[in-house]
Ligand binder design. Structure first.
Ligand SMILES: NC(=O)C1=CN([C@@H]2O[C@H](COP(=O)(O)OP(=O)(O)OC[C@H]3O[C@@H](n4cnc5c(N)ncnc54)[C@H](OP(=O)(O)O)[C@@H]3O)[C@@H](O)[C@H]2O)C=CC1
Ligand SMILES: O=C(O)CCC(=O)C(=O)O
Ligand SMILES: [Mg+2]
Length: 421
């Protein structure tokens, strides 16, 4: 079937009935998951629109499949096609540890300037969880996707670059306090005001649009003052400058407290909550990781930097059943470009076994449908997921923690979802 391109006008998508959507199958378990997920996507669209709408899938190469076919890990053509077709979806891609190629996942996000990694964390009833009240976890992570230590500015021990950098730090910048053994490798962590502002703006816009209660800026600003601490400060400044009538910040709370005392500050916050204002607060990353376990209801939308966001998204996913069911999207809200992608990796030990949970990519597709405005197809996926889990038909990851479950293969889980639509 011949499809049409999705186009974008001032950040607003124009989605034809037969949109062409590029996909990257992914490495490791990617082919298993993609085979299952794409059947679920097609079934949901068919059921929702009875043939009036249909996705025309277009495979683009990245990772091992690309390397084996073209000799390149991330062909320029793949980037060009995703740029041109605006929306894409991908399976996981392998990144070697400690050497070898840099992350293709990170490269895609940087090349397309997909500055938000959006990872919602919600609970599906019946999913096994290590916490007592997983239903209390309902958070949406906005992870900055283009900066931080992920920028890839790092140099190995013993290299000329490291020697130069150490010399520069010691002689030009007067860094005397810390020991720099010759065995040091060095990495650089850029965090910019622009990068922070566009990420925090996206988080606040989301909170307003979806009537969420708060946005928490998560940082380690007590230690990394001019990167993570600046992220916190710039986040508050942006909230007060651009959303004065829609938010109440903990900085405002502190100012009222200083001027008028605790009671006045408490009352001002209560009034702001009653008025439906979004509370903008901040938490240091280590205590955040404790509090999401001990009092998850206090957190809602979360805005943070790249590395924190990576850790936080897997940790929160664990509370609602693990990365097998944790979806995500990489988005540039200004150009409209978005690449939907699971939170998990290639899980190589299960590759080709038709075993792993395809829910993470399936729910990433559900996010994609909502992004396209195809809410009927998205709703069908959610209700099928709810029904199938309630029937205790699950893949190995849930089955090993559930009593009375029917363990099915990756492809059979897709069959069950389709049957439940
Ligand atoms: N966006 C991306 O493309 C990402 C890519 N990666 C890359 O993936 C590779 C492997 O990374 P690794 O750290 O092992 O992390 P993975 O996420 O690939 O796997 C870790 C463990 O998580 C569980 N898991 C992962 N996926 C699923 C699933 N679909 N269903 C059920 N359980 C799942 C499995 O747990 P158990 O063993 O308990 O069964 C698995 O062993 C690396 O090269 C890494 O760089 C990593 C993260 C994201
Ligand atoms: O790129 C990778 O290999 C890892 C990426 C990752 O962990 C993530 O996207 O959460
Ligand atoms: Mg990760």
């Amino acid at each position: 079937m011949q499809g049409e391109k999705i186009t974008v006008n001032n950040g607003v998508l124009n989605v034809p009935d037969y949109p062409i959507i590029p996909f990257i199958e992914g490495d490791g378990t990617g082919p298993d998951i993609w085979a299952a997920a794409s059947r679920v996507f097609d079934a949901a669209v068919e059921k929702a629109y009875g043939g009036k709408k249909k996705i025309v899938w277009k495979e683009v190469l990245a990772g091992e499949k690309a390397f084996n076919t073209t000799g390149e890990w991330l062909p320029q053509e793949t980037l060009e096609i995703i740029k041109e077709y605006i929306i894409a979806i991908k399976g996981p891609l392998t990144t070697p540890v400690g050497g070898g190629i840099r992350s293709l996942n990170v490269a895609l996000r940087q090349e397309l300037d997909l500055y938000v990694c959006l990872r919602p964390v919600r609970y599906f009833k019946g999913v096994p969880s290590p916490v007592k009240r997983p239903e209390d976890v309902d958070m949406v992570i906005f992870r900055e996707n283009t900066e931080d230590i992920y920028a890839g500015i790092e140099y190995p021990m013993g290299s000329e670059e490291v020697k130069k950098l150490i010399k520069f730090l010691q002689e030009e910048l007067g860094v005397k306090k810390i020991r720099f053994p010759e065995t040091s490798g060095l990495g650089i962590k850029p965090i910019s005001r622009e990068g922070t502002e566009r990420l925090v703006r996206a988080a606040i816009e989301y909170a307003i649009k979806n009537k969420r209660k708060s946005v928490t800026l998560v940082h380690k600003g007590n230690i990394m003052k001019f990167t993570e601490g600046a992220f916190r400060n710039w986040g508050y400044e942006l909230a007060e400058r651009e959303y004065a009538d829609k938010v109440f910040t903990w900085e405002q709370y502190d100012r009222i407290k200083e001027e008028k005392g605790d009671k006045a500050a408490d009352e001002a916050q209560k009034q702001a909550e009653a008025d439906g204002k979004i509370i903008i607060k901040d938490t240091i990353a280590d205590i955040f990781l404790q509090q999401v376990l001990t009092r998850p209801r206090e957190f809602d939308v979360v805005a943070t930097m790249n590395l924190n966001g990576d850790y936080i998204s897997d940790a929160l996913a664990a509370q609602v059943g693990g990365i097998g069911i944790a979806p995500g999207a990489n988005i540039n809200y200004m150009t409209g470009h978005a690449v939907f992608e699971a939170t998990h990796g290639t899980a190589p030990k299960y590759a080709g076994l038709d075993k792993v949970n395809p829910s993470s990519v399936i729910l990433s597709g559900e996010m994609m449908f909502r992004h396209l405005g195809w809410n009927e197809a998205a709703d069908l996926i959610i209700s099928a997921m709810e029904k199938t889990i309630a029937q205790k038909i699950v893949t190995y990851d849930f089955a090993r923690l559930m009593e009375g479950a029917t363990e099915v293969k990756c492809s059979q889980f897709a069959d069950a979802l389709i049957a439940n639509m």
